[in-house]
Design a protein around this ligand. Sequence first.
Ligand code: ATP
Length: 342
Amino acid sequence: MSSSAAVRLESVTKRFGAVTAVDGLDLEIRDGEFFSMLGPSGSGKTTVLRMIAGFEAPTSGKVFLDEQDVTKQAPFARNVNTVFQDYALFPHLDVVGNVEYGLAVKKVPRKQRRERAEEALASVQLSGFGARRPSQLSGGQRQRVALARALVNRPKVLLLDEPLGALDLKLRREMQLELKQLQREVGITFVFVTHDQEEALTMSDRIAVFNHGRVEQVAAPAQLYEAPASSFVAGFVGTSNLISGETARVVLGREGMFSIRPEKILLAGTDEAQGLRGRATGVIEAVVYLGSVNHYVVRLDEGGTLTVLRQNLHGTSDQKVGAEGDRVTLAWADEHVIDLNP
Ligand code: ATP
């Protein structure tokens, strides 16, 4: 992966009447990376994607592709392609016809068209499906056809707007891994929009976290989780476990806003918690069974709650932690206290 920018936004603002969808955004997406835009509904992700594609023009600011100013360029003139959530396949064409379509428009000779379509179908594991109609495919297969169709033009950048949103959870998880693998194989820059934090963490080289038309942080998945830059990021990526105000003064001896991730909190009295300085006491308010792990929501005597995560090694009768209503003492290492103060 080189360090040049495949996509660059410079002070980009987009207004729709009184709504500011994107607010003075600077963003750089590197050549060859899997880049995700993560954020709640309405935070501006799709609008950014549409401005990169050329479907929307910024109100102000500039869009660069490969360091070329494309702000005023029409969508078809840009070396990008988009995969939408609803696939938008042509129902009257067979699979190969759908995949070839863009090449036919570009007047690529028939034989070459066929070859490249077959190649694109193979890359999404759909060799042999060319003669089927979209109506004869499953949702996951249709999504793969949409991907093949977008890849067949060999765009410099592939834009994906919640492409897995319509799939059931199991298929979605499978496709996440496949998509990541595919991106590695084809080496094209992927810009992926999602509001699913797990999806973004699984797939991305880097993630931009959107909030109200601005980006709060751009970082690799582990860095976003281990060192969130704001309470918003801490809460959107993982469980925030915020500690602030009087609780921070008493429990941490510090002023401001902090967080400790659930798996970093231990129970005092256990071997692993020996020698740890962080301490708080409270009562288990809820036990949330999540299969391989349990979440214990502990109401602190000092105010507020902390969620503690424990691997579920002993089934629901994990006596080491306790049940609802039990008193517990929590412990943690200083280095795991995340400072969220600006
Ligand atoms: P979602 O995850 O729901 O798709 P998003 O983060 O992609 O959300 P956008 O679709 O970019 O968010 O929308 C950002 C803001 O801009 C929202 O307040 C939305 O209502 C507004 N908006 C987007 N497109 C238009 C439009 N064509 N006309 C008016 N307002 C719009």
